[in-house]
Ligand binder design. Structure first.
Ligand SMILES: [Ca+2]
Ligand SMILES: [Ca+2]
Length: 222
């Protein structure tokens, strides 16, 4: 089984808290209900390293380093180039707010709406940035630990200029575009043959013409 090592350095505040409670052994509580007492001398600790067997768990929520559903209203864990994603994520069903007749069908409150420009609930409902801006939005690398990756995609339908890509070790292994409707649909890709490899998801917008944008939300690992 692949072994994932990650290291957490204690902040000064955490060290202070540990010192204050380290009169007895440190107790580690396991999911199966067992507890393990670990003898420690708090005064000798400079950092604590966790070693965890098994796959990492990049989840469908925004609890980790990368937001997969944008529900914090920001792009944490994603790197943007250009200006196509400068006002993202967008809030609410903005296409319906502008009477587009194509509901976004996003998850939660926030999503990537390449045509939209309503980054917060306080911004004008229905405001748009249009198709002009171009750019990319690329997730930080994550380890593939599930057999499939799925997400919502919508927007333009020219895969040569607007699309979502799954990269493994920097190489595109899957790509998909929308259907020239703002309404998103879930698409699913089998990545079972890449278990343990480093992946990224990348949104591409290199189109300033009609339907020159991509919609995206709610990445799930199953
Ligand atoms: Ca969302
Ligand atoms: Ca564009």
């Amino acid at each position: 089984m692949r072994k994932v090592i990650f290291r957490t350095f204690l902040t000064a505040a955490c060290v202070a808290g540990l010192v204050a409670t380290a009169a007895a052994d440190m107790k580690v509580n396991l999911k199966d209900g067992r507890s393990i007492d670990v003898p420690v001398n708090a005064e000798e600790i400079s950092s604590i390293t966790f070693s965890q067997s098994g796959p990492s768990q990049p989840g469908p929520t925004s609890d980790g380093d990368i937001t997969w559903n944008f529900e914090n209203g920001d792009l944490r864990g994603w790197d943007a180039t250009g200006d196509a994603f400068s006002h993202q994520p967008t809030y609410g069903d903005n296409p319906t707010a502008r009477h587009r007749g194509q509901p976004s069908k996003h998850q939660g409150n926030y999503w990537i709406g390449g045509f939209e420009k309503r980054p917060t609930p306080d911004d004008q409902p229905g405001a748009v940035q249009g198709d002009g801006p171009q750019g990319t939005l690329t997730s930080q690398p994550f380890s593939i630990s599930k057999r499939s990756i799925s997400f919502l995609v919508g927007g333009g339908c020219d895969i040569n200029s607007v699309r979502v890509e799954i990269l493994v070790d920097g190489r595109v292994v899957h790509k998909v575009t929308g259907k020239c409707t703002e309404t998103m649909e879930r698409v699913r890709f089998n990545v079972g043959s890449y278990m343990g490899r480093l992946a990224q998801i990348r949104l591409i917008d290199k189109n300033s013409g009609g339907w020159g944008h991509i919609n995206f939300d709610d990445v799930r690992f199953e």
